[in-house]
Design a protein around this ligand. Structure first.
Ligand code: CIZ
Length: 327
């Protein structure tokens, strides 16, 4: 999680609309709005944000910021997760059309059928799901705390939804659990092939290879370390290596370059999240001007969906387990 300092933007490498940026910065101050932005957001969106991070760290921020209004630059499920945890604060989508394809790959009815077919199995659900699907879960997780959360469940069989790649990669760290998986996937990480990583390793044999756990297992097998996005940011900062191959969304690699100018990073260029890039400065300004669209969830649904999220928040982070059990 980074607290952002707006003066950090290097304007030399991108045609950025300075007038728009100035208007956004002025308006968010006048209207006392906190802007949260996910790690995959564009450089200009990250620049106007107060905090940049992964789903878990942004959800934490949503609970503690001083302002009563939060504008969230991220896909639907992240905005709704923050809203469920933000107490009385108003939470606004930067662009409601930024809908995560993975979240629509499973429905509450699918989860009910899985529960009927596997009586006694607890349901651990990735946060990348709809509010309605969360109502069917025992506990939520993100990639940064999934192993600790699944290990703590009180059943040997655990229904893990919806990401089959994440589930298969987690299973290797969970020898006492049997994960029942669902065929969902991240449309960005699922594009990365083993050959993409092998080509980069061939070109940069001394580089450390970091990949995200939403990648296919055969991709993860080529890596030195599997980590969540905030985990990767911290890892490259602390590592003595000077070269890194990064298997996740390309914007995260831009952040690493900005933070570590003395190190070299080799991304997989096709790993580009179109959903997140639907959020543009114009959307942010419009949301600031109108305070619309707001997250509106009925009281009954909020109460049910908040329960698995609150349980997750009690665990905190934990992706150091991936490093200590290095692949
Ligand atoms: O939890 C998140 O923010 C996502 C989508 C990935 C990660 O590993 O941080």
């Amino acid at each position: 999680m980074n607290k952002c300092h707006n003066q950090d933007l290097n304007l030399t490498d991108a045609p950025i609309d300075i007038t728009l940026i100035e208007e956004i910065l002025k308006l968010k101050k006048e209207k006392r709005v906190t802007i949260l932005a996910h790690n995959y957001q564009s450089k200009e969106n990250r620049f106007v944000a107060d905090y940049v991070g992964d789903t878990l760290s942004l959800a934490n921020q949503a609970r503690v910021v001083d302002e009563d209004v939060i504008l969230f630059c991220g896909p639907d499920f992240m905005v709704e997760t923050a809203a469920l945890l933000a107490g009385d604060r108003t939470v606004i989508y930067a662009n409601e059309d930024a809908r995560c394809p993975m979240a629509s790959m499973i429905s509450p009815e699918d989860i009910r059928l899985l529960k009927d077919a596997n009586p006694g199995a607890k349901v651990v659900g990735y946060v990348n799901t709809s509010v309605e699907s969360k109502c069917e879960m025992d506990i939520c997780c993100t990639s940064s705390n999934a192993v600790n959360i699944i290990n703590a469940t009180r059943s040997e069989k655990v229904i893990f939804v919806p990401d089959k790649n994440l589930g298969a990669n987690l299973q290797k760290f969970l020898p006492t659990k049997e994960l029942i998986l669902w065929p969902g996937f991240c449309s960005v990480h699922n594009l990365i092939e083993r050959e993409d990583i092998l080509e980069l390793i061939h070109a940069h044999p001394d580089a450390e290879v970091l990949v995200h756990p939403e990648c296919k297992p055969e991709v993860v097998e080529q890596a030195h370390v599997m980590l969540s996005t905030d985990g990767m940011i911290e890892y490259v900062q602390q590592s003595h290596s000077t070269e890194f191959i990064i298997g996740t969304e390309v914007e995260l690699v831009s952040r690493m370059v900005e933070n570590n100018p003395e190190k070299n990073f080799y991304p997989v260029p096709l790993a580009y999240c179109r959903t997140q890039k639907r959020i543009q400065l114009e959307n942010i300004l419009n949301a600031l001007e109108t305070f619309e669209p707001r997250v509106e969830i009925s009281k009954e649904v909020s109460e049910k969906a908040r329960r698995p999220l609150e349980k997750m928040m009690a665990f905190g982070r934990g992706d150091d387990v991936y490093v200590s059990n290095s692949l």
